[in-house]
Write a protein that binds this ligand. Structure first.
Ligand SMILES: Nc1nc2c(c(=O)[nH]1)N[C@H]1C(S)=C(S)[C@@H](COP(=O)(O)OP(=O)(O)OC[C@H]3O[C@@H](n4cnc5c(N)ncnc54)[C@H](O)[C@@H]3O)O[C@H]1N2
Ligand code: MOO
Length: 394
């Protein structure tokens, strides 16, 4: 038997096949879900002045416990341009700049107002600077805020915006062409002749890539005909070509020879992985190609482990691979063989249970699963209650 490539080696070889795609600059809202192409540095200081954190009165702490004479008002966007002198206070609101001379904010719940005179009506601020957000509390101009290769989450977009950016440099969308192969396959809902089967890998793949910065090019269902496959592969204009089916060693498994006839070079084929062993990877012109196995569960798992990370890598992600987390085995698991196993499992109160039948054709089992339980090559048996690594898929 040919030596199977370990999963981690396959992942590293895959991302070595191509660098990230070109950089473009897009408005903040369009950068969501993409990865920062460069470090994002603050263009301004936030806050750019000492601001009140509460609604109340700006005072000089040394004037405690009052009383004070209220001389004006400072609101967000409308500061007060006179200094606060001894015994004076300024009505102030959350987010408003502290008037010159003041250093502390007394919350209004602890104050009593009698016309222009203000009295302490509680404990009052406990220390100098209480309820004041100092200039630069969040960040200072020039600070590095978002690392290159970090995902642009909603919160990072907001940070970039408050830091003065209206646009961000990101990688352009990755063009992913994809096809299913197999004579037995027809679109879901089509009346089935004997031997036919609804094709479900394309819609599952497209849904697994939703949320990633991709442009999808659907090449449809291709028959098990060498010349048709070759012609379809020759005309691919994409960053990534994903096929499913025909990846194994049967007489009708024509994907590899058709890819090669179309000019592809295969970098690796067959991984020490279950499900997903017959996956192949290489290059076809300027595209990276990934030939996934046809079994739906194998196609799903290899998309999680390879296709999505490759898209993330091409999009500039610094950490493109899914990171397992540790939970408790809800039941004993037997020792593993030489292939990394991704068992379809369910999580109940933080405990993982593997489905009884782990057949890579079974979509009902996959659909019930909310995690993949990771079993390393030659991992020893695991007792109930022992730690196990999982990947979330829900
Ligand atoms: N002698 C060997 N046979 C097989 C091996 C092996 O090493 N030696 N590997 C097995 C493994 S593991 C897998 S996984 C499968 C993968 O084979 P293929 O990639 O060639 O897949 P197909 O034969 O085309 O299809 C397998 C199965 O899945 C159904 N299928 C295919 N595409 C779709 C689709 N788009 N939607 C729904 N269902 C699909 C297809 O009808 C088959 O039932 O090979 C083993 N064999
Ligand atoms: O490795 Mo295959 O993907 O088990 O069915």
């Amino acid at each position: 038997m040919a030596v199977l490539l370990p999963v981690a080696d396959a992942q590293q070889r895959l991302i070595a096949l191509a660098p990230s795609v070109d950089v473009e600059t897009v408005p903040l809202a369009q950068a969501h879900g993409r990865w920062a192409a460069t470090e994002i540095v603050a263009l301004r200081t936030q806050p750019d002045a000492d601001l009140s954190a509460m609604d109340g009165y700006a005072i000089r702490f040394d004037d405690m416990p009052g009383p004070w004479q209220v001389t004006g008002e400072s609101a967000a966007g409308h500061g007060f341009d006179q200094a606060v002198g001894a015994g004076q206070a300024v009505r102030i609101f959350t987010g408003a700049p502290l008037p010159a001379g003041s250093d502390t904010v007394m919350v209004q719940e602890e104050a009593r107002r009698d016309g222009a005179v203000l009295h302490l009506a509680g404990e009052g601020p406990r220390h100098h600077g209480r309820n004041v957000r100092r200039r630069g509390l969040d960040f200072a101009e020039g600070d590095m805020l978002i690392a290159a290769g970090a995902r642009l989450t909603p919160q990072r977009l907001a940070l970039a915006g408050v830091a003065g950016h209206a646009t961000l440099p990101v990688r352009r969308r990755v063009r992913v062409a994809y096809a299913a192969t197999g004579d037995e396959l027809v679109e879901p809902g089509t009346p089935l002749a004997p031997g036919q089967l609804p094709e479900t890998n394309r819609l599952m793949l497209a849904a697994q890539l939703a949320g990633l910065p991709v442009e999808l090019i659907d090449l449809g269902i291709l028959p098990d005909r060498a010349e048709i496959l070759e012609a379809a592969f020759r005309s691919v204009d994409a960053d990534l070509l994903v096929t499913t089916g025909g990846a194994s060693v049967g007489d009708h498994d024509l994907v590899r020879p058709a890819l090669e006839a179309a000019g592809a070079t295969i970098d690796f084929w067959r991984i020490a992985l279950r499900p997903g062993k017959p996956m192949m990877a290489g290059r076809l012109g300027k595209a990276v190609l990934l030939g996934l196995p046809g079994n739906p569960v194998s196609a799903f798992v290899t998309t999680q482990l390879f296709v999505r990370p490759l898209v993330a890598h091409l999009s500039g992600a610094a950490r493109p691979f899914p990171e397992p987390r540790i939970v408790t085995a809800g039941e004993a698991l037997s020792a593993n063989d030489h292939r990394t196993d991704y068992l379809r499992g369910t999580l109940v109160d933080g405990r993982a249970f593997a489905s009884t039948i782990q057949d890579s054709s079974m979509l009902r089992t996959l659909a019930r699963a909310d995690c993949l339980i990771l079993r390393d090559p030659h991992a020893p048996a695991v007792e109930r209650g022992a730690p196990v690594a999982i990947l979330d898929i829900a």
